[in-house]
Design a protein around this ligand. Structure first.
Ligand SMILES: [Zn+2]
Length: 240
């Protein structure tokens, strides 16, 4: 750990605390919690505070981690999904960019280089199955979905979560690559079986070390010289 308790003023309000650390391989990283850390700060504002800091820090690669529910009946708790696409069903997080002035093309929203590194690391370290593709349907939360809602959104993707938007496009907005590591913590309502709160809680606590190990290994293994193509998916806006 190099520094902790790093908070910064941003145009969207004071940021949450970041930690700065260096990996075994010598790569400098910032880490921050996005969920559940301050009362009175909306989810959309929280994301913009974080991405404003990442932008000014010159961050080039972003990896997010979260627990998700299953929509695809082939998935089970403890399976890992490295998503490659998303459907944004959030309703209260805003469309305002942090930087702006660019047309953000979301054809390949997840960086292939980061996804490959995460997949390889997960296949080495995970205790469940690892899927290197999948669509995440992003809901507003914080409540979970009803059975009828899951039936509808089950046609849209493989997992449901509350963490990929707006971060996936804010990353493109600030010119950074984005990848995500999700662990299935519960079945979606009406999918396979009723989920158990105890199991969800157990996975969140006992899987944290595994996920951290996967992410740290993926960071050090990522080829910084690989031409991922993410930068090509942001163009000057035609709307000015
Ligand atoms: Zn990339």
């Amino acid at each position: 750990m190099l520094q902790q308790g790093l908070s910064f003023d941003t145009p969207f309000g004071p940021s949450p605390d970041f930690k700065l650390f260096e990996t075994v391989g010598g790569r400098r990283c910032l880490t921050v919690r996005l969920h559940g850390w301050r009362d009175g700060v909306s989810r959309g504002l929280a994301s913009r505070q974080v991405f404003s800091v990442l932008h000014r820090a010159g961050v080039r690669r972003i990896i997010s981690e979260a627990g998700v529910g299953s929509l695809n009946p082939l998935l089970d708790p403890r399976d890992i999904v490295i998503p490659d696409d998303y459907v944004d069903l959030t309703t209260a997080r805003g469309s305002e960019p942090v930087v702006g002035g660019r047309l953000l093309i979301m054809r390949d929203p997840v960086c292939g280089t980061i996804a490959s590194s995460l997949t390889a690391a997960a296949r080495e370290l995970a205790d469940g199955r690892v899927f290197d593709r999948g669509t995440c349907v992003v809901t507003e939360g914080p409540r979970f979905e009803s059975r009828a809602e899951v039936r509808v959104i089950g046609a849209m993707g493989d997992v449901v979560g509350q963490s990929m938007c707006p971060e996936v496009w804010l990353a493109r907005d600030i010119g950074a690559c984005y990848g995500a590591l999700y662990v299935v913590v519960n079945y979606g309502e009406g999918v396979v079986a009723d989920w158990e709160h105890g199991l969800l809680s157990d996975i969140f606590s006992d899987h944290a070390t595994i996920q951290a190990g996967i992410i740290l290994k993926a960071i050090d293994a990522a080829d910084e010289t690989a031409a991922c193509g993410c930068a090509e998916l942001s163009k000057p806006t035609l709307l000015d």
